[in-house]
Ligand binder design. Structure first.
Ligand code: CP
Length: 303
C-alpha cells in the first residue's frame, strides 16, 4: 500500500523520502511516464480556502485539481462570505470541513493556527501560504525547478535577496535546505533581514558578494505594505535589484528565480525577467506539476 501524506503545513512535516517521493511523482507526470487515471481519485471536491489574495498558488491548485478530474470549491477572500459578518477564520474552516471536502488548501495570515486547526478536522490541510511562517509548495516547486537543471543539491547555494523578514518562501527554504542539504544565503537591507538568523544561513551585506557565492539567486517581492522603510524604490533597486549587468556576469548555470508577483524594475530588471537564466515562468509551470503530485500524495499515496 502506498503511504499517504497526512497534511503539508510546514516543510518539517516532510521526510527526505517524502520530498523525493513528491519529486518522483512530479517527474513521472512531467515526462508522462505515468498517465492520469481516468477514474477520480476522490469523489469529494478540494476546498480552496484563500483568505488572502493569490494568483499563482490558487490558480495552480485549481489547474492541478481539474487536470486530475477533481472538483474544487472556492472561498476567495472576504467578499460575499460570512467573514463579512464577523465569522472567524477558524469557524469558517470548521464549517467548510463539515461539508466533507477531500482536503483543504488554505492561504491565511497567522491569526489562523493551521497546526491547531489540523487537530480539529479530519481532512488533510495543505498550506498554500501562511503569514510569514511558510509556503512549502513554493519552496518545493523552486527546488524541483532547479532539479531540472542539475541533479544534485549538495552543491546548490541559493541566495535569497530582499524582504526575508516577511517572507514565508524564505522560511520554507530555511527548512527545506536542512532536508535536501543545499546551502542558503540571504541578502537585503538590514531592516528586511530577520532579527535572528539560523546558524545554517549565510548573511551577505552586499549583493555583489552574494552573487559571487551563489549558484542560484532568488529575488523576493518587497512587501511595501508591511514596511515603514527608509528605502525608496530607487534606493532598493540600486542596492539590491538584480540588473541586466548582474545577469550578464553570471555563469550559464547560475539561475535566477522569483516566486512572484514580481515588481519589475525593482527586484529585478525587465530584461532579467526575460533573460535565458531566468526560470521565473518555469517555476509557475512547475507549480501545477508539484501541486498535482502533492494532491496525489495526499489523496492516494506516493508511487
Ligand atoms: N508565489 C505566490 O505565492 O504567488 P501568489 O501570491 O500569486 O499565489
Amino acid at each position: 500500500m502506498p503511504s499517504r501524506l497526512k497534511s503539508l503545513i510546514q516543510i518539517s512535516d516532510l521526510t527526505l523520502k517524502q520530498v523525493n517521493g513528491l519529486f518522483s511523482l512530479a517527474e513521472a507526470r512531467r515526462i508522462k511516464k505515468q498517465e492520469t487515471k481516468m477514474q477520480k481519485i476522490s469523489k469529494n471536491p478540494i476546498a480552496l480556502i484563500f483568505f488572502e489574495s493569490s494568483t499563482r498558488t490558487r490558480m495552480s491548485f485549481e489547474m492541478a485539481s481539474k487536470k486530475m478530474g477533481l472538483d474544487t470549491i472556492l472561498l476567495d477572500g472576504k467578499n460575499g462570505s460570512s467573514l463579512e459578518k464577523g465569522e472567524t477564520l477558524e469557524d469558517t474552516v470548521l464549517n467548510i470541513s463539515a461539508m466533507d471536502p477531500a482536503c483543504l488548501v488554505i492561504r491565511s495570515n497567522e491569526s489562523l493556527d493551521m497546526v491547531q486547526m489540523q487537530k480539529k478536522i479530519s481532512q488533510p490541510i495543505i498550506n498554500a501560504g501562511w503569514g510569514s511562517r511558510g509556503h512549502p509548495t513554493q519552496a518545493l516547486l523552486d527546488i524541483y525547478t532547479l532539479s531540472q537543471k542539475r541533479k544534485r543539491f549538495d552543491k546548490e547555494k541559493l541566495l535569497i535577496v530582499g524582504d526575508i523578514r516577511h517572507s514565508r518562501v524564505a522560511s520554507s527554504h530555511f527548512e527545506l535546505a536542512k532536508i535536501l542539504n543545499y546551502k542558503v544565503g540571504i541578502c537585503g537591507p538590514q531592516e528586511f533581514l530577520p532579527t535572528q538568523v539560523q546558524s545554517h544561513v549565510k548573511v551577505f551585506k552586499k549583493l555583489s558578494e552574494g552573487l559571487e557565492w551563489c549558484t542560484s539567486v532568488m529575488a523576493l517581492r518587497v512587501q511595501w505594505e508591511r514596511h515603514k522603510t527608509k528605502y525608496s524604490l530607487s534606493d532598493y533597486r540600486e542596492e539590491f535589484g538584480i540588473h541586466k549587468n548582474h545577469a550578464k556576469k553570471m555563469t550559464k548555470d547560475q539561475w535566477i528565480l522569483h516566486p512572484g508577483p514580481v515588481n519589475k524594475n525593482v527586484e529585478l530588471d525587465e530584461e532579467v525577467f526575460w533573460d535565458k537564466k531566468s526560470l521565473i515562468l518555469e517555476q509557475v509551470k512547475n507549480g501545477v506539476i508539484i501541486r498535482r503530485a502533492l494532491l496525489r500524495a495526499v489523496l492516494e499515496g506516493f508511487l
